[in-house]
Ligand binder design. Sequence first.
Ligand SMILES: [Zn+2]
Length: 360
Amino acid sequence: MTPFLRLIASLMIALGAAQAAHACMTAPVEETGDRVAGVPVITGLDAARLPQGRHDFYFRAGWRNTGEPIHVPVVVVRGAQPGKTLLLTAAVHGDELNGIAVLHRLLEGLNAETLSGTVVAVPGLNQPGINANNRRFPVSSGGGALVDLNRNFPGTDEVGGSTSGRYIGALWGGLLRPNADFAVDIHTQTRGAAYPLFVFADFGNAKARAAAHMLGPDMIKNDAGQQGTLETSLMKEGIPAVTLEVGAPKQFQPELIDRAVWGIMNLMRHEGLLAGDAEAPPVKAIVGSNYTNIYADRGGIAVLHVGLKDVVTKGQKVATLYDAFGHVIRTYKAPHNGWVLAISTDPVREAGSMLLRILQ
Ligand SMILES: [Zn+2]
């Protein structure tokens, strides 16, 4: 080898070593260099590698059609001891707000000194939906549309993908998927309806099943999940995940929020993030694997004869629908034995809208 070639070879070795060193030193966050209201903006996160303590970020999940970025709030609490990473998300449906209070309350009470592992909390996943006072994500292309983000996970990173698909894809790839050993996605019933404290979980996964019980809900539905939801997309990646339904939308319900905070902390004890043993929940959950919706088969004013969590028997009268004059249009009976899982809270019912949901 000539001196010149030796020089080239040694330079290439040095360059390779420098690149390897750089790879090892990649930061736990990809910062854009921007700050919004004093909060650093990121496009990537490896939460478990952050230093101990609480870290607030805005995650840049896309761009508005006027050119400004869309920012999603993220809080990481990195514990003093190593452990699992728990991903907690709220308000992927923009009018389902109880979960925001659940995460704020939980974060308020967490102490990094006594935490083993990492909590990654996203208290408001669908920021455009929250701003628009809507369950769905507003897009302007094609004359405007509203998209249910929780039917479109894991989204896309293709340049030609839709705004909503790319928003989800950015969150999935940079924030959610890489920062979860297990996950709880917090929802409520939709507008005009209410749940108790309720969990969707796939009991085919033992960890998801255990998580459902540790959360201490009134009711659990065991099912295989739904394509396009965050829960099911995480499960497909081998990450145990459940969907926690906390009551009704567009309000804060203190009792249910307290119970959800207790449930998540109980799950954290079960998974070793908090010291102490998980406790048996104060409420014994009713578990079912099917539910039936009773729909208003024409529009009218609905009066329900049962409430949340009530036991119903097949043939029991559960609702009456009246016309504008107060005449009875129809009465509705329970199609099978079960428990009232969801109720309509808005008595004015369009044809095809849900009156009741009965778990069995
Ligand atoms: Zn929801």
